[in-house]
Design a binder for this molecule. Structure first.
Ligand SMILES: Cc1cc2nc3c(=O)[nH]c(=O)nc-3n(C[C@H](O)[C@H](O)[C@H](O)COP(=O)(O)OP(=O)(O)OC[C@H]3O[C@@H](n4cnc5c(N)ncnc54)[C@H](O)[C@@H]3O)c2cc1C
Length: 99
């Protein structure tokens, strides 16, 4: 292992995953990796960050006079989607080990 690391034939990258239970509370919302970190193997983290942004913008347009309602709408629209994406990446990663 030490030789492999020294001559760069082995590269280790930490993989972080977080399955969120909420995306917003009151006047605060989280988007992107801060809200739902997923394995790079899922190839969806950046796309999900963009979709979060569009969802928040749409929700603010829908509820221009209530940021609380807007962020709640954002959560309703996005929470299940991003949870499924994190779980998909997690399942893929786990299929490589512990057989
Ligand atoms: C190897 C790899 C491959 C990937 N491949 C894909 C892919 O094919 N398709 C895909 O959709 N996604 C992919 N992703 C995931 C994608 O890169 C992330 O999901 C995306 O970049 C998340 O965007 P973000 O804006 O939420 O976070 P980030 O891009 O991490 O941006 C957060 C920013 O905040 C800054 N920051 C942190 N703390 C502070 C602070 N205290 N003050 C000020 N600034 C701060 C950071 O420096 C960073 O610039 C991949 C990720 C990796 C690691």
């Amino acid at each position: 292992m030490q030789i492999a690391i020294k001559d760069c034939s082995l590269i280790g990258a930490p993989v972080n995953e977080y399955i969120p239970n909420i995306l917003s509370k009151g006047r605060i919302a989280m988007i992107g990796d801060a809200a739902h970190t997923m394995s790079p193997m899922s190839g969806a983290g950046f796309n999900d960050s963009l979709d979060d942004t569009v969802a928040i913008m749409d929700a603010i347009k829908k509820y221009p006079n209530s940021i609380i309602n807007a962020l709640s709408e954002y959560q309703t629209r996005r929470l299940d989607v991003v949870r499924q994406d994190v779980l998909a990446g997690q399942g893929f990663n786990r299929s490589f080990g512990c057989l």
